[in-house]
Every structure is written in C-alpha cells, then in structure tokens.
Design a protein around this ligand. Structure first.
Ligand code: C2E
Ligand code: CA
Ligand code: CA
Length: 403
C-alpha cells in the first residue's frame, strides 16, 4: 500500500498548482516546502524524518498550494491517494467534515500569509463540496438530541412478547422490546433508531432505562401469573443488551446496580446479547459477562446463527440460552439446509445443556415441527406479537396463550 523512494538533493517532489496524487512521509533526509510570493519562492517550512507532507490535496481534491523540494538525499514513503481516500470513506462522515473544515481554515490562513491580503473568502466550490457532509453532521446531532429528549421525556416505551414452553404450551417468560412513541411520526419500531443510538452511544442510557423499566413492570405480570397458577414458577423476563453497554467496566457495574436495586430474583432475568459482543473484544466480553453471571442472571445469545457463529465461544463464555434466529425458522419448512441448521442447533443446545428458544414462529406447521424436534421454547406472532403491558396483562388473565 505504501512504498519508499529515494530522491537526490534538489528534486522537486511536487509543484504548486499541480493536482495531488499522493502524500509523503520522510524516512530520511530533508524537504523544503515553499510557495510563490511576488514571483519568488518563499520558504515556508523545513521538514525532516517522520514529517508528513502533501496530505492536504488528498483530503479535498484541491491543487497543491505549495512546492516541495529535497534539500539532501531523501527517502520518502508514498501514501497513494486511493489508499488514503479508502481510509476516509471508511471513517465516520463527521470526522471527514471536521477534517475538511480544519483544512479549509488552514488553506485560508496559508493564502493570507502568501498573498498578504487581509481575508480571503471561502471558494464556493469547496463550500459546496462539504455542505452535504456538514448537513449530515447537523442532522445527526439533531437526531441524537431528539433521541435524548425522547428518553428523558417518556417518549420511549416497552412492549412485551410472550415466550412459550412448547412441552406444556404455556407462557413462561416475556421479552421486553423497546418502541418510540414519536410526537409526530407515531410509533417507531427499534429498527428505526436502535442502530443510530448504538452509533452515537445513546443506547447506553437507553438500554439502562429499558432494563429498569422492564424490571419494574415485571411484578404486575407475576401477580396475575400467581393468581392463575399458584404452583408455577415465576415468569422470566428477557432484556436486550447492546454491545456498547458491555464495553466498559463502569457501564456493567451500573447494570448490576440496577439489577440489585430492582429486588427481582436475578435467576429470572435473562439478558440477551448478540454474537458480535463476544467476537469484537473477547477479553472485555469475558469480564463483563463474568460480572453479570456473578450477579446471578442468565445470559442468552440472540439471533444465533446470523453472526460469526464460531462455536468455540459457547464454552468459553458463561452462556445459558440460545435463541435461534427468525430467518432459519422462517425458511426451515421449504429449505432443507435451514431445517438442518435448526435441528443441529437444538441438538447442540441439548448437548451443551443450554436452553433453546426458536424466534419468529408464525405458523402451526412451524410449531408442529419445533415440537417434533423437541425445541424447548418458542416466540412469535403465532402466539402473540409484542404488546403493551396492558395487553399482556389481559392475555395472561385470559389464558389464551395456551397452545
Ligand atoms: P430481537 O431481539 O431479535 O427481537 C425480536 C424481533 O422479532 C422483534 O422485533 C419482534 O417484534 C420480532 N418478531 C417476533 N416474533 C416475530 C414473528 O413471528 N415474525 C416476525 N416477522 N417478527 C417477529 P422488534 O421489536 O422490531 O425489535 C427489533 C430488534 O431491536 C430486536 O431484535 C433487538 O435486537 C432490538 N431491540 C429491541 N429492544 C431493544 C432494547 O431494549 N435494547 C437493545 N439493545 N435492542 C433492542
Ligand atoms: Ca432479543
Ligand atoms: Ca433475536
């Protein structure tokens, strides 16, 4: 991706006004940067080993605003434009906006210094070039504020979806799923904001809110459960945790404090994480999950089979449940390889003594098949969609969930 080239003293590396094809890092030797002032070369800087130059034209596609000449025999590492642009494309667009703003300011200062003019207006083309990026930055900041406002002003709410034990056919647990009751846009499903919240970090307080809220709603469901069936074990509650919530010690401790403060028996709390948590930073994941296990909760792998699916982690991390992703359930009856995956995961879970939950059951045929292969638990529209706490209360009272 980069390469070193040796230049003899007095070589012109690039000239003012040329387009820029690459940037350079000096490995050995010395380079003078100069610019034309009143027809004469004005030295601006003398650079040595370790210095980077020629990067500006790569960032904003402008012409070189100075010339570079070697002062002695010099080795330069070249950073090609395509490589650099690839890095910029991968970076957060906001970082690019910052970079361009800083660069523009620098260019203006530079021009003022060379021309002696007091101020130079921004060139319209350059302004146009990053107007879109800047708009994106502003939009993102507004979106983040709106989300924080929603969190602080009670616009977020939880729906609950029943989880059914297939052997007895009754509801044994509930998964809490977040929604945003937007003042103008109506009820927004998590797909419309969780990804963004994850990106900007709002997911951390948001996820904590979901945890506290669901633990405080739980008792009303347990009461009905006890009335309906005094001998049955309490309902469990499943709560989704985002990777960001497990990325550092303090956030994990805050989760544990919230669990303790709720007074809910931790063994009926299931925390759902995705495989990405485990793969991204296994060491941190191992610490965070270890702490949560110490607190007594159960851990579930959500969307099992869609991530990296390295089976190695199943015994390296303290996992209790696997949730088979909806895409496999959806296709298993028409697609033999999906069926094989579902069968294998159910068997694997049994062998490893993990509970297994099939997600997204929509038809009686899927239900029959899951019973046949002795999948333990299931969740899906066939039983009930995610519903408001009131609707769940009614469902539990009516006993309609028995299948
Ligand atoms: P998930 O954890 O995999 O949740 C299951 C999703 O499948 C839910 O979507 C649920 O409504 C949907 N679903 C359940 N049964 C069926 C079915 O039979 N058919 C179909 N087509 N879909 C079904 P939802 O509520 O839109 O949530 C989407 C995702 O948002 C969740 O996927 C979860 O990853 C995330 N999420 C929701 N609440 C939270 C939260 O509090 N924190 C975090 N970090 N993520 C959350
Ligand atoms: Ca989940
Ligand atoms: Ca899932």
């Amino acid at each position: 991706m980069s390469m070193t080239k040796t230049y003899s003293p007095g070589s012109k590396i690039f000239r003012e006004g040329e387009p820029g094809q690459c940037a350079f890092i000096i490995e050995r030797g010395a380079v003078e940067i100069s610019a034309l002032k009143n027809g004469k070369d004005l030295p601006l800087a003398r650079l040595g080993p370790g210095d980077l130059f020629g990067e500006m034209a790569l960032i904003d596609d402008e012409m070189r605003t100075a010339s570079a000449t070697t002062l002695e025999e010099t080795d330069l590492v070249m950073v090609p434009r395509d490589y650099f642009r690839g890095c910029m494309d991968d970076a957060d667009p906001i970082l690019n906006v910052f970079l361009r703003v800083v660069l523009d300011r620098f260019r203006v200062t530079h021009q003022v210094r060379i021309s002696g003019q007091e101020t130079i207006p921004f060139d319209d083309q350059a302004v146009d070039d990053y107007r879109n990026d800047r708009q994106l930055l502003i939009d993102n900041l507004q979106r983040q504020q709106e989300l924080e406002y929603a969190l602080e002003n009670g616009e977020l709410l939880l729906h609950y979806q029943p989880i059914i034990a297939l052997a007895g056919g009754e509801c044994v647990g509930l998964e809490a799923l977040i929604r945003w009751q937007h003042p103008t846009r109506g009820l927004i499903p998590p797909g419309g904001f969780i990804g963004f919240a994850e990106k900007v970090g709002t997911i951390v307080p948001m996820g904590l809110w979901a945890l506290r809220e669901s633990l405080s709603n739980l008792e009303q469901f347990q009461q009905i459960r006890r009335k309906q069936n005094p001998d049955a074990p309490p309902l469990f509650i499943s709560i989704n945790l985002s990777p960001r919530q497990l990325a550092n010690h303090d956030d994990v401790e805050t989760i544990i404090e919230a669990l303790d403060a709720s007074g809910v028996d931790p063994s009926i709390i299931h925390l759902e994480i995705t495989e990405t948590v485990l793969m991204h930073d296994p060491l941190q994941a191992s610490k965070s999950l270890g702490r949560l296990k110490e607190a007594g909760v159960a851990l579930a792998i959500d969307d099992f089979g869609t991530g990296y699916s390295s089976l190695g982690y199943l015994h390296r991390f303290p996992i209790d449940h696997l949730k088979i992703d909806r895409t496999f359930i959806d296709s298993m009856l028409g697609n033999p390889s999906s069926m094989k995956i579902v069968r294998t995961v159910v068997r694997l879970a049994k062998d490893l003594k993990l509970a297994v939950i099939a997600e997204g059951i929509e038809t009686r045929e899927q239900l029959a098949m899951l019973r046949e292969i002795e999948c333990e638990y299931a969740q899906g529209y066939l039983f009930a969609p995610p519903s408001t706490p009131n609707a769940i209360t009614k469902l539990l009272k009516s006993g309609q969930l028995l299948v």
